[in-house]
Ligand binder design. Structure first.
Ligand code: ZN
Length: 306
């Protein structure tokens, strides 16, 4: 069972494109890299976190491919568990494509990784009761592992459409999880790579810590409902099929999130309550679990999705 997580998953052929999913581990979970191959090009969407670099390379080798065979990388958004390996793989001729907003963030990665790490001290001021967790040495080690130092990506381009050989991909704005997020659509082949926009059963992940927004999610649901993919390939978890049902389920979850936001907005300290609620629900515990996995193994064996 476990070994199958680290074998490429054959997703089949779509027109001229053959597609595989590669599961790439990172602290506390795995993310999906997608390999798209035609007769003329090899494109990788979201190559994953640097902690999983070796696992990515070994699965690529199982497809009889080397990093230097990759013609292009495409990124759905500027989260390290999606783009990190793109900066590290030995792919000298590869061109790197992202939406315009993501490309700007990737250019500035060196700066904002420092801000992310320093930002935890800010949280410690905001939530004095949890200050010890935010400022501990182990938290710092966790953050420096999660946001590693990375070299700049040469040949990085912000775009909303790319054509490489016989593969055409549209990068469509899909904010909500993060403001820069795009979904990557192979319209002709009806293959949609959805990044962290939506997961199995319509689960959503609003990255409040990184500018995520319920309102953006609600707006983008409408603009993306015209798409008609036959397969949806999310950034974490299994391949999905029914796009309109997924969006409908996501809409229900967004409404529930909005109701919970409105509930805490009525108390005397709405901002503190809301962030406290989010931290209790996902932040501190998720971070603690990942930290425990990291320190216990110093190599990730995790199987959590999301
Ligand atoms: Zn993300």
């Amino acid at each position: 069972m476990r070994s199958s997580h680290y074998s490429p998953i054959d997703l089949g052929s779509f027109g001229r494109i053959a597609a595989w999913a590669i599961r790439v581990p990172y602290i506390g979970g795995t993310s999906n890299a997608y390999v798209l191959k035609s007769d003329s090009v090899v494109i990788v969407v979201d190559p994953g976190h640097p902690i999983g670099l070796g696992r990515f390379e070994s699965q690529l080798a199982a497809l009889a491919l080397r990093p230097r065979d990759i013609d292009a990388f495409v990124y759905t958004h500027a989260h390290v568990d999606h783009f990190g390996n793109g900066a590290l793989l030995d792919s000298p001729r590869a061109v790197h494509f992202a939406g315009h907003a993501t490309a700007r963030l990737l250019y500035e990665y060196g700066q904002w990784r420092g801000e992310k790490i320093a930002g935890v001290a800010f949280l410690a001021d905001m939530f004095p009761a949890q200050a010890g967790e935010f400022t501990s040495l182990s938290m710092r080690r966790f953050l420096e592992g999660f946001f590693p130092v990375l070299p700049d990506m040469p040949q990085l381009h912000g775009t909303d459409r790319l054509q490489m050989g016989d593969i055409a991909l549209d990068l469509l704005a899909a904010p909500g999880h993060s403001p820069d997020h795009v979904v990557v659509n192979a319209a002709k082949e009806q293959v949609l790579m959805s990044g962290d926009y939506v997961f199995r059963d319509g689960h959503i992940s609003i990255g409040y810590h990184a500018g995520g927004s319920i309102e953006h999610y609600r707006d983008s649901l409408h603009t993306l409902s015209d798409l008609q993919p036959c397969i949806v390939l999310p950034g974490h978890g299994p391949a999905l099929s029914d796009w309109s049902r997924l969006l409908h389920q996501a809409e229900g979850r967004i409404d529930a999130e909005l109701r919970s936001a409105l509930r805490v907005a009525k108390v005397s300290d709405p901002l503190g309550s809301f962030f406290g609620h989010r931290l209790r629900e996902v932040g501190v515990y998720a971070a603690a679990n990942r930290l425990a996995a990291y320190l216990a193994h110093l190599e990730v064996e995790g199987d959590r999705e999301e």
